[in-house]
Design a protein around this ligand. Structure first.
Ligand SMILES: [Mn+2]
Length: 404
């Protein structure tokens, strides 16, 4: 990755800081075995570093910005287990940040800067009493008595305007993730047979992603057959697939932490039943209509409203509801979300679309009593003049999906 790009991102972020404001972003901690390491997304966005427990500190005063990075000191007794930790020099080369020290120095540096600051932004998460405080919250509780004049804010406020619209490099990572996911879905559709277990299909996707160097999924794969497809976040993936089942896939490999998010629904037998086809055709028509609406200036709210309007009409047509408001029994989520480093990315839910945003379009109809759940989801880039469907290559037309 180009260091100039990282520098541009940090400069843009610094522009959003007022004088006497600072920010602290804690990297993710070590994963608990056997989970893989997932970097804190804002930290990754600004540093391109995949190391645990590092800290980024940016401060602004007199219109000058200082950037400090802190990395863990190497522990020779652990080298044989986990290898050498990244050196400050290497971290400086990858991130382009010149001032790199060890994390032991962080508090001293923070203290020297914070006494002149009015506000500090941190990457804390919403917490509840049942959960332990994250690193940022722990740090705030430790320092708040020492800096009574310092107020605190969430880094999300500063990061949202940056991360909401993707740069070219980000689109490339998303496209790589989507293409691997496409290959996985294609392999699944080709090989799925009644009597197989849902997890066997999941394994085919994992194989296609891993063999392209993408070592994790952006989220837990949903492979839901028959009745399971009507449970929105079903991810047990441990049921046998029945003869006339529809299989709903909601999956996405991740590339450099950028996650694809694709849903496809197909009949395991290769042929839709008449009723399945009827429902599928409604969802497909709605999905295509919503995608066609996408261009700068359109709001997410308008997309949601149009979806509800069309789904309500479809549910009447399918004989499922008598009154409009009953649509919620068969369609209960929103039509899409921002996509990026997080599968449900940081962008505003009520955003007005502008070029560079990437959103999902994923209407669905879930008829639990008929063991039918249909969702079709593509990943759409908003362009200057309209949109580009980044997952257009993955079959969704009825004739493409049905096979002899
Ligand atoms: Mn989605």
């Amino acid at each position: 990755m180009d260091i100039d790009l990282l520098q541009t991102r940090r400069e843009k972020l610094a522009e959003n800081l007022n004088n006497n404001e600072m920010l602290v972003i804690f990297a993710a901690s070590e994963p608990t075995y056997p989970r893989y390491f997932l970097q804190e997304k804002n930290f990754f966005y600004l540093t391109n570093l995949e190391i645990p427990k590092a800290i980024l500190l940016i401060a602004k005063s007199n219109n000058k910005t200082s950037i400090n990075l802190f990395v863990e000191r190497n522990d020779p007794t652990l080298t044989v287990w986990i290898g050498e930790k990244m050196s400050p020099q290497e971290a400086a080369e990858i991130s382009g940040i010149k001032k790199v020290a060890f994390t032991d120095d962080f508090e001293k540096t923070f203290q020297a800067l914070a006494s002149n600051m009015k506000k500090c932004y941190f990457n804390y998460k919403k917490s509840s009493l049942e959960e332990p405080l994250d690193r940022a919250k722990q740090f705030i509780s430790k320092i708040k008595d020492y800096f009574p004049a310092l107020s605190y804010g969430s880094i999300d406020e500063l990061m949202r305007p940056l991360r909401e619209r993707k740069d070219e490099w980000e689109i490339e990572q998303l496209q790589t993730a989507i293409d691997a996911t496409a290959k996985g879905i294609e392999t699944i559709m080709k090989n799925a047979k009644m009597g197989m277990m849902e997890y066997e299909l999941e394994a085919l996707l994992n194989y296609e992603a891993l063999s392209r160097g993408l070592h994790h999924m952006g989220f837990k794969s949903i492979v839901a057959a028959g009745h399971n497809a009507a449970t929105l976040h079903y991810s047990d993936n441990n049921c046998e697939i029945g003869k006339d089942d529809l299989v709903l896939l909601d999956v996405g490999a991740a590339c450099k932490n950028y996650s694809a998010d694709i849903s496809r629904t197909f009949p395991v037998s290769g042929k839709f039943t008449q009723r399945q086809r009827q429902v599928y055709a409604e969802v497909l028509n709605i999905q295509k209509t919503i995608i066609e609406m996408i261009k700068p200036g359109v709001t997410m709210k308008e997309l949601n409203n149009k979806t509800v309007e069309m789904i309500t009409a479809s549910l009447h047509k399918l004989g499922l509801i008598k009154q409009d408001k009953e649509y919620k029994k068969y369609y209960m989520h929103s039509v899409g979300h921002h996509l990026g480093l997080d599968t449900h990315d940081i962008g505003r839910r009520d955003a007005t679309l502008s070029a560079g945003m990437v959103i999902t379009v994923e209407p669905g109809i879930y008829i639990s009593e008929e063991n039918i759940g249909v969702r079709i989801e593509d990943d759409i880039l908003v362009t200057e003049n309209g949109y580009k469907n980044l997952s257009a290559a993955i079959p969704k037309e009825i004739e493409e999906i049905e096979k002899d």
